[in-house]
Design a protein around this ligand. Structure first.
Ligand code: HEC
Ligand code: HEC
Ligand code: HEC
Ligand code: HEC
Ligand code: HEC
Length: 283
């Protein structure tokens, strides 16, 4: 009978780990799919702009873009500039949707066709209003660059950049509020990874954290220090809820570990008793 249960247990363990890796593959495929799908095999924009015939001042564009976060996420030339990447002779014609190089004041709409929430925050902000009224506000490129755009973080808020047009005081207050929440997010993310290593499914918490983080990071673009402070408090509350859930999961893991150790001890104790008993019986 003993020998019957062993294979059953092994099959069960194998099946559940196969299920977990299937779930991970599924998440990768469908929940975090990158923007444009596969990179097309022929891309006239990239081919022609990489070639030696391109004028010198435009050659750095390709190099910058290849180092960018957009490149890694499959955001290609035509995704921003429009045009037809399949047809080299017509690719930069306006009939094929080519937009050309945006003017300084056109940049927010240019980027905002994909970053919709951020565009909304930006347009309502002091910066967006200043850009529209006087052309003096910073646009997206002022802070992020155009071709070598990297994953954003609060280090973009620095004295060198932010004092180009005004003092640093308000920027500093905002950076401090953002910093506190960002640390908390990083902390929770690390704990979730630890739980995942222990084999606990954390998909739901991950998604919750991810949406909170996205909402939070877009918030900077309001450049409203009071609003950022107030929302930081809200986010901290939300994050604390996730944190409590994580703590409970860890407690459960410890309990289970202690409990199996306890069972193991009882088992060993019983075996000793049984073997002693059988010995005395034989003697
Ligand atoms: C994320 C959007 C984005 C992507 C992707 C992108 N560009 Fe641009 N590009 C811009 C913006 C914005 C400008 C305007 C630059 C500025 O305001 O400094 C620009 C400007 C240019 C210019 C004019 C540069 C100048 O100095 O006048 C060229 C040429 C160009 N892009 C080519 C390309 C090529 C080729 C690709 C693909 C390898 C590409 N771009 C990908 C956003 C993009
Ligand atoms: C056959 C070569 C070729 C192809 C294909 C090509 N380009 Fe260009 N592109 C050029 C050249 C040459 C220039 C420089 C023109 C000049 O001298 O100002 C240029 C300039 C540009 C500029 C800056 C000038 C402007 O009009 O705003 C952008 C942006 C640009 N290309 C984007 C693209 C995109 C996007 C594609 C694909 C949809 C593309 N190009 C396909 C050769 C090409
Ligand atoms: C005054 C500088 C500034 C301007 C102007 C600006 N940004 Fe940002 N952006 C930042 C900073 C700083 C962060 C990082 C905020 C954080 O990490 O909390 C950021 C973050 C981002 C992010 C990442 C947010 C996320 O969800 O992960 C994107 C995307 C972005 N900006 C796009 C844009 C676009 C599009 C525009 C123009 C409409 C723009 N930015 C204008 C400074 C700027
Ligand atoms: C065709 C759609 C598209 C356009 C147009 C576009 N982006 Fe993006 N952008 C993306 C995608 C997709 C990502 C990668 C996913 C992500 O990180 O959110 C990204 C990522 C970013 C990030 C990093 C976000 C992070 O996680 O920290 C910044 C910053 C950014 N874009 C700024 C810009 C700016 C500035 C422009 C205009 C010059 C622009 N984008 C135009 C699609 C676009
Ligand atoms: C290209 C010029 C320029 C740059 C660069 C710039 N700003 Fe501004 N900023 C403005 C203008 C114009 C205003 C609106 C007029 C004012 O309040 O001074 C403004 C206003 C502000 C305000 C007050 C908004 C309000 O509603 O009261 C804050 C906060 C701010 N900027 C933060 C920043 C930060 C943070 C950076 C750096 C990441 C930065 N700015 C970079 C031009 C700029």
């Amino acid at each position: 009978m003993r020998y019957f249960f062993l294979p059953v247990i092994i099959i069960f363990i194998l099946a559940s780990s196969a299920l977990a890796s299937y779930r991970e593959a599924f998440e990768k495929e469908f929940l975090f799919k990158s923007w444009g799908g596969e990179e097309p095999e022929v891309n006239a924009c990239i081919d022609c702009h990489s070639s030696d015939i391109m004028k010198k001042e435009f050659q750095s564009v390709m190099q910058s873009w290849k180092r960018s976060w957009h490149y890694q996420n499959n955001v290609l030339c035509h995704d921003c500039h429009g045009g037809d990447y399949k047809d080299a002779t017509m690719s930069m014609s306006h009939q094929r949707g080519f937009l050309g190089t945006p003017k300084y004041t056109e940049v927010p709409d240019f980027c905002g066709k994909c970053h919709i929430g951020i565009l909304r925050n930006y347009l309502e902000s002091g910066h967006g209003k200043a850009l529209q009224a006087t052309g003096k506000g910073p646009n997206c490129v002022t802070c992020h660059g155009s071709h070598n755009i990297q994953k954003a973080n609060i280090e973009i808020i620095n004295e060198g950049l932010c004092t180009k047009c005004h003092t640093y005081e308000r920027a500093k207050i905002m950076k401090q509020a953002l910093f506190a929440t960002e640390n908390k997010i990083r902390d929770i993310d690390k704990k979730l990874e630890d739980l995942k290593i222990e084999g606990i499914y954390v998909g739901d918490e991950k998604r919750e954290l991810f949406s909170t983080q996205a909402e939070f990071r877009a918030l900077f673009h309001t450049i409203d220090a009071d609003l950022v402070k107030q929302r930081t408090d809200d986010f901290t509350r939300k994050l604390n809820v996730i944190d409590t859930k994580i703590k409970n999961s860890f407690n459960e893991i410890h309990f289970r570990k202690n409990f199996s150790a306890f069972l193991m001890l009882i088992f060993i104790g019983l075996s000793i008793v049984v073997s002693l008993l059988s010995k005395t019986y034989k003697d």
